[in-house]
Design a protein around this ligand. Structure first.
Ligand code: F58
Length: 830
């Protein structure tokens, strides 16, 4: 098959470089109409908004295409070391606006569409965001690939093309109800499927040994397989012409599978096989923090990493590549433990398929992987039962056992037969059931292990994995998270972006430390007035958006106090609820004069994992408190609770720029980093927060005067636990707290029914794992200081400007530079 392919490729027309369409308004109009006619198959006069959105998306693609092809070629030819970011989640957010911004097409496209009588904003609204992630971890991956493209780092993102992303949240009588997220149903203009490049991914079966010319080797005889079809997405860098690739895998049934069943004449069975295979990439697991150990999830994990490794080895490396040199060409970054099964898969490929000697293969593997941990909660550390692993991936389990045996041997050599230590460090644990600790496997295999904020990395070293830190000095490091200023300042807050550019000139978007230059502007009354006007305008915009989206409103002149993040007990939305109830109770009991209360609107955004009962109760409570407070004329115009359902990236881009106060109130030592905290600071909100995660670094940078600190420190939390924490004692001795809890318990927010929120109340009084009651008094006191500070609007604005000026460190570009320096050692460009 000296294919038609080669002949076509040799044709002079095919040899000419691909060129982008003309970047003029008329050129754009032509391309847009062409796409409308030839891709959508409709004339402008009969087109639907969705047709027009898809045609616009295709047009933007066409502009990016030449550079994409060029960059893929360049990266192939340069043969330099690259990063493969392995992540089960990418919480991308809408693509259209980002791609217009990156390619400098926003103005041209806006004008071109206006010429066709179309408001581009209407088309923006058409896009359903790809919600292929749960929260911080998935959004971080999206920020990182944006920065890698903007910095021209040779890299690729690998993940899963879920057919259904994170569920759509609705509220029925204040309670969360989940709906499937059919994000692909109106078309998917940003993806490029390549079914012809599918990989076969195998599962289950058994292993055997065989004699290979006098060498005993193992091989895996799998029982079934599926096809992994790559879907490519463009990842354009900002104003640098670079276009990187995100490759997400979709599972489909294999032909062989189909054919065998087809030949047996069993049509129904053939269809069933199809459904079975497609199940693997069907839906994102909506868990936050606690992994469930479900078989399908392990299938997802192996499916995407096996396909990604094979993709790299066969499509990126030359056929005669010397595998000993792999560490000079690739580093696989493991985004949490979800892709860690890549480690034994890589070993299997090297040892079983490439027939490499075990020790050589292991030495290479240990240089080709690095692991990022995103948690401190012990229950969040993923483990797989040996039983399940052995059934689904029998050869991988053998490999894990051997890795563990050799590792423990080395530990014995170093520390002697310290059985307790051996038990604690073993990758395979025996209790409560025999299982594989994926974080340990990642730590043993990884060249580096990093936490995601200074405090987190330190606790990881000292508390979570201290034995490993002792055994592998120098392996542990920190890379503090960051966020992309493209999406979270330029796109989300264009007026602030313009104001900054006016003050500092262009260039700050890719060199965010330059925001420092705003410090002197904080002292300029005129600049402060303009900054305040941007904030006010963002609030008005948010009001318009919420009204249209949910029929909700944000009153003029209110302080916007915002808590948006997944609903989890450790994040302590309950503390926020207690604050609201305390303020409310103070007014209705007559102890506080309503005229003395700073008008505040409390905005929540939070999804609960569908199986997390307590989290769902707290959502119900927030809605219940909101209904009562919002309807009570006694607090009218002072307290207002707004909880739009289905918080997502698109809504974040509206809420964050409008916020005055950022709530980052997790129990110290529980939030690994947080990234929302960074987005708020960069948009000029002041933080009220504990000394946790990246809050610590935010406070150090913005200064104590521009940050509201409260609560116990991590060592204080430890000490209180050690001494024996009894939440009811805090309830007994704090009158405000007692009144707030009693009001909830009385049924005041549940139509007089005392049972509805009884579990929430009992949990606080008798368990309170995350010490809400212990931090309550300190939180309420600090909120008093917030009110006082807000009373001086000009001083508040000055602080807000200083928050922006001093948060440049939190650009994900800086995170990428840290990864490159401390972990990847990749060249700056291909
Ligand atoms: C988050 N983890 C951390 N996990 O909680 C947050 O502090 C940090 O800023 C962020 O990662 C980025 O480093 C997180 O989002 C998940 O969503 C997992 C999804 C899959 C199941 C286990 C939790």
């Amino acid at each position: 098959a000296a294919s038609g392919r080669t002949q076509i490729a040799d044709h002079p027309l095919a040899l000419a470089p691909v060129s982008a369409p003309a970047s003029s308004v008329d050129g754009f109009v032509r391309e847009f109409l062409k796409n409308l006619n030839f891709t959508q198959g409709v004339p402008l006069s009969a087109s639907s908004p969705n047709d027009r959105y898809l045609a616009l998306a295709h047009t933007v693609r066409d502009y990016l295409m030449a550079r994409w092809l060029e960059d893929q070629r360049g990266q192939r030819e340069a043969q330099s070391k690259g990063v493969a970011y392995l992540s089960a989640e990418y919480l991308l957010g809408r693509q259209l606006d980002n791609n217009l911004l990156a390619s400098r097409l926003t103005d041209v496209a806006t004008e071109a569409l206006a010429k066709c009588g179309i408001d581009i904003d209407d088309l923006r609204q058409q896009e359903v965001e790809p919600g292929l992630g749960n929260g911080g971890l998935g959004r971080l991956a999206a920020c990182f690939i944006d920065s890698l493209a903007t910095m021209s780092v040779p890299s690729i993102g690998y993940g899963i093309r879920y057919e259904y992303g994170i569920f759509r949240q609705t509220f029925v009588d204040g309670q969360q109800v989940e709906q499937p997220d059919a994000w692909l149903s109106l078309g998917s203009p940003w993806e490029f499927p390549h079914p012809e490049a599918a990989q076969t991914i195998s599962f289950a079966g058994h292993t055997e040994t065989y004699d290979d010319d006098g060498v005993e080797r193992s091989r895996w005889i799998p029982a079934w397989n599926v096809q992994a079809v790559p879907y490519n997405y463009m990842v354009p860098g900002y104003h640098n012409g670079r276009v990187n690739t995100l490759r997400l895998w979709r599972s489909v049934a294999t032909n062989a599978f189909d054919l065998r069943i087809f030949n047996s004449g069993d049509y129904e069975e053939a269809v069933r096989a199809q459904i079975f295979a497609e199940n693997i990439s069907k839906v994102l697991y909506p868990e936050d923090s606690t992994p469930q150990g479900k078989e399908l999830r392990l299938q997802q994990q192996y499916f995407f990493v096996a396909a990604s490794i094979r993709d790299f080895l066969t499509n990126v490396l030359a056929e005669d590549f010397d595998l000993e040199k792999l560490p000079e060409r690739i580093i696989f970054q493991l985004n949490d433990t979800h892709p860690v099964i890549a480690v034994p898969e890589f070993m299997r490929v090297l040892v079983d398929e490439k027939k490499m000697d075990w020790d050589a293969a292991w030495a290479i593997t240990q240089q080709c992987f690095a692991y990022t941990c995103h948690t401190l909660l012990p229950e969040a550390l993923e483990v797989w039962s040996v039983d399940l692993l052995g059934r689904l991936l029998p050869r991988h389990l053998e490999i894990i056992y051997r890795i563990n045996d050799e590792f423990l041997l080395a530990v014995r050599e170093r520390f002697g037969d310290d059985e307790m230590r051996i038990r604690n460090m073993s990758i395979v644990s025996d209790f409560p059931e025999r299982s594989v600790r994926m974080a340990y496997l990642a730590t043993v295999a990884g060249a580096k292990v990093n936490g995601v904020a200074e405090l987190h990395s330190q606790l990881l070293r000292d508390k979570v994995l201290p034995d490993f830190n002792e055994f592998y000095p120098g392996k542990f490091t920190n890379v503090t998270n960051g966020v992309t200023p493209r999406r979270f300042i330029r796109l989300a807050n264009p007026q602030l972006a313009d104001l900054i550019t006016e003050a500092l000139g262009a260039g700050w978007t890719v060199d965010l430390e330059r925001l420092r230059g705003l410090e002197s502007f904080a002292e300029d009354p005129e600049f402060r007035a303009r900054f305040a006007e941007v904030k006010a305008a963002n609030k008005r915009t948010l009001n318009t958006v919420l009204l249209a989206r949910d029929g909700l409103s944000v009153p003029d002149g209110h302080m916007l106090d915002v808590m948006v993040k997944r609903l989890h007990e450790y994040k302590r939305q309950m503390l926020k609820v207690l604050h609201i109830v305390t303020s409310y109770e103070g007014i209705i009991s007559g102890r506080v004069d309503v005229k003395d209360v700073t008008p505040r609107t409390f905005i929540f955004g939070a999804k609960a994992a569908p199986g997390y009962v307590m989290a769902k109760r707290i959502i119900h409570l927030i809605n219940a408190v909101g209904s009562v407070v919002n309807a009570d004329p006694r607090v009218e115009g002072r307290l207002n609770v707004v909880f739009p359902p289905n918080y997502n990236v698109t809504l974040a881009e509206r809420v964050i720029p409008a916020a005055d106060l950022s709530e980052q109130i997790s129990l110290a030592g529980k939030e690994a980093s947080g990234t929302g905290n960074m987005k708020f600071a960069l948009n000029g909100a002041l933080t009220i927060g504990t000394d946790d995660g990246a809050n610590v670094e935010i406070r150090e940078l913005v200064g104590d005067d521009n940050f509201f600190l409260f609560g116990m420190t991590e060592p204080e939390v430890e000490a209180l636990w050690a001494e024996g924490y009894r939440p009811s004692e805090f309830y007994q001795k704090d009158e405000d707290l007692r009144r707030a809890i009693d009001l909830i318990a009385s049924g005041a927010f549940s139509g007089g029914d005392r049972t509805t929120f009884e579990p929430v109340v009992s949990n606080l009084l008798y368990d309170d794992r995350f010490m809400v009651l212990a931090d309550y008094a300190s939180y309420i006191a600090e909120q008093g200081k917030v009110d006082a500070a807000y009373g001086d609007q000009d001083a508040w604005t000055r602080s807000a400007i200083l928050n922006v000026a001093r948060s440049g460190y939190f650009s994900s570009d800086r995170s990428m530079r840290d990864y490159i320096q401390r972990i990847w050692h990749t060249p700056p460009a291909y």
